[in-house]
Design a protein around this ligand. Structure first.
Ligand code: BGC
Length: 373
């Protein structure tokens, strides 16, 4: 009798312990607390980012967003997920966030068009959606924050064309655009075309790069070299640093020297080093901090029921096919070796990159010359 009771107690203890372990495991995988954790039960904010090959999301957007939420709402909780460039995974992550009680979705969509389905589900539950960096088309979103993406494309192409003209080059440019599912990629491409198409340079080959994959960009560049010949083009428009890095790998792999100017975007650490060492012609600095922080403030305001405060943060409107969405549009900056003293200097003073990380190996001499380290 006694021993059966003892066994029962033991069993109960074991079940309770397992349940406690499971609960702890769940809360660490699903919830990244914005503050001390625990009490933020009904103020859950979902941050859904699209991919990991571009370094900005894990290195900048996520930590900056989390830090801001933690600062302004210690009892908010963040449900974070990264879709690794898979649209169906992002759908599931959004479903999970809604099931877990997210009060706001901050969504950087893998696929700008199919993300409308995510928005519809959120709105059916009364959950507002902030389109983060990439606009969600034809959907009832609440806010949108990004950079002037058409301007990004113009800056890239203008810098490239100016450089080629300064070097008395004529002929063809290879264009390596971003993912066709990303509305930003369309805008970068449109902006770039608006400059290149009237510049006198021809477009030798042009590719849209599925998933923004650097590997695929490398293959595209190899195909362009095969089709045009090693001397059949004078410059490469690459839409971001990942695709630019892929293009440079292909050019180097084919022994093309000196390298033609190659563009980029994001001011990723490796790309800033390539710009300083002269391997990559330019990149675009988009200061993520104001973007992540404004999105975080919107999310906190919405999770706290302060819609009018959130409305007051918007500075413009952008039409997404369904409505004029209250928006914030930030300004991108072109970065070349020629303006690196100011632009890379600004990245360092903004805390975007550290001089100690940039100025390593062969780059350290350039940093000293420019007074960056
Ligand atoms: C972003 C870029 C990024 C690209 C690939 C775009 O939507 O604006 O900063 O390089 O996606 O993730």
């Amino acid at each position: 009798m006694l021993s059966t009771r003892f066994a029962k107690v033991l069993r109960l203890f074991a079940i309770t312990a397992v349940a406690a372990i499971l609960a702890a495991a769940c809360s660490t995988t699903k919830n990244e607390s914005g503050g001390s954790g625990g009490s933020g039960g009904d103020k859950k904010i979902a941050l859904l980012l699209p991919e990991t090959k571009t370094t900005r999301y894990e290195a900048q957007d996520k930590p900056l967003f989390e830090a801001k939420v933690k600062a302004v709402c210690p009892d908010c909780q963040i449900l974070y997920s990264n879709a690794d460039q898979k649209g169906d995974v992002q759908q599931n992550q959004a479903d999970a966030a809604l099931t877990n009680g997210a009060k706001v979705l901050v969504l950087d969509p893998v696929d700008s068009a199919s993300a409308a389905a995510i928005v519809a589900k959120a709105k059916a539950k009364g959950v507002p959606v902030i389109a983060y960096d990439r606009l969600i088309l034809n959907a009832d979103i609440d806010y949108y924050i990004s950079f002037d993406n058409m301007q990004v494309g113009k800056l890239q192409a203008q810098a490239l064309v100016d450089e080629l003209k300064a070097k008395n080059k004529s002929g063809s440019i290879v264009m390596i655009n971003g993912a066709p599912t990303d509305n930003n990629a369309k805008l970068f491409k449109q902006g770039a075309h608006s400059v290149i198409d009237t510049s006198g340079f021809k477009i030798g080959k042009e590719y849209d790069t599925p998933d923004w994959s650097p590997d695929k960009a490398q293959t595209e560049m190899e195909q362009a070299i095969t089709a045009l010949g090693k001397t059949g083009f004078v410059g490469v428009y690459a839409a971001n640093d990942g695709t630019g890095g892929g293009a440079i790998a292909a050019l180097k792999g084919q022994g093309i020297s000196p390298l033609p100017p190659v563009t980029g975007q994001d001011a990723e650490l490796a790309a800033v080093q390539r710009v300083l060492s002269g391997e990559q012609f330019m990149t675009v600095y988009k200061a993520i901090k104001p973007q992540a922080e404004a999105a975080a403030q919107w999310a906190v305001d919405l999770a706290s029921g302060k819609k009018s405060d959130a409305d007051a943060l918007a500075t413009t409107k952008v039409n997404n096919g369904t409505k004029d969405v209250p928006s914030i549009i930030l300004t991108p900056v072109a970065v070349t070796k020629a303006n690196a003293k100011e632009t890379v200097g600004k990245m360092i003073s903004d805390g975007f990159l550290k001089a100690a990380d940039i100025c390593t190996g062969a780059v350290s001499a350039v940093c000293s010359q420019l007074g960056l380290a």
